[in-house]
Ligand binder design. Sequence first.
Ligand code: SAH
Ligand code: SF4
Length: 385
Amino acid sequence: MNLLDLDAAALERYCTGLGEKPFRARQLLRWIHQRGASDFGVMTDIAKVFRDRLAAEHLIAGPDVVSDSTASDGTRKWLLRVDAANAIETVFIPEGDVAARAAGIVIDDEDDEGRYRGTLCVSSQAGCALECSFCSTGYQGFNRNLSTAEIIGQLWHANAALGRQPGGERLITNVVMMGMGEPLANFDAVVSAMSLMLDDNAYGLSRRRVTLSTSGLVPQMDRLAQTLPVALAVSLHAPTDALRDVLVPINRKYPLAELMAACRRYIDYAPRDFVTFEYIMLDGVNDSLDHARQLLALTRDVPCKFNLIPFNPFPQSDYRRSPAERVRAFARVLIDGGRVATTRKTRGDDIDAACGQLAGQVTDKTRRASKRIPIVADASSGGAQ
Ligand code: SAH
Ligand code: SF4
């Protein structure tokens, strides 16, 4: 067994099942996740007999690195092999000031208070089954869910590869489940990996610094609220069902009224008192001032912030990015309507690491690409204007 597959509760069950005290599990967690150990031999505060037994039966195995590239803005992307047929992508995005410079990272952004922030964008599936028409991951099809080890292994690996800030602090301060895949469609493994992100004996991140982004799987949003309510981002992308049905097809199953109600319910459990709505800006499709006004009406009763995302093109896509002026005017309508609206900086696009460009190497089991109809025709027939 790969011990990266076990969260704190599972590791404790495992240790006590062998007649060991529960604190053995905490020691193991600290070695594996805080110190990045992959060799049981270094765990000198654990009895040698137990270490030998662990080494004989188990391993601690991070993902194999296929490629490692750094963009001109300091964004770094790893392509990680998860099995013979599939490789997934993980992206590190440094923002802010002093420590980034010390680490030799070029910065062009910062958090609200101007401090350093290092965000790791983590994948949850090999491909994605949900077929959003503007997304490279969705375009390539779906193969399988990632295991807990494959999800937390991305953070384990990135921490080791990045090292620490000069003060001993970790470079990764935030995690966003915004890489390849729909995290709520792989619920158990994602929750188990996120519980390690939050565990004080592992990565010790606060629930505010771990964000899950979903295209809107309503029942699983409720389940997350009850299980592990981290910060929530919802990929909205359209103010009407007619348009969202086309852009985010899962909307046909969970339409906007249900999605808004689920967001309202989530806020009672969320670590922040708002939900973030992600809104991709597609030229001539969903970016008119009318669309912005419709969004104000739609979200009237939902405490929320908007994050406008400039569309990032990928080879098979026919959409275009909205002009900067249109994005500004759109944001202005939202702000004048009393909402907070920010525009996401595009990071790492020179290494295809920007939002929606992650494709990895996924063997598609759905044979989707061969069935696909042109996406521009899709968008206009859905009443996009
Ligand atoms: N499946 C989840 C999380 C992964 S996608 C979700 O859909 O929310 C993370 C974010 O990137 C989502 O908001 C998604 O809509 C956005 N995205 C997808 N394709 C994009 C593209 N080509 N350009 C910019 N953003 C994109
Ligand atoms: Fe899947 Fe998210 Fe891409 Fe939609 S945007 S296809 S849900 S990864």
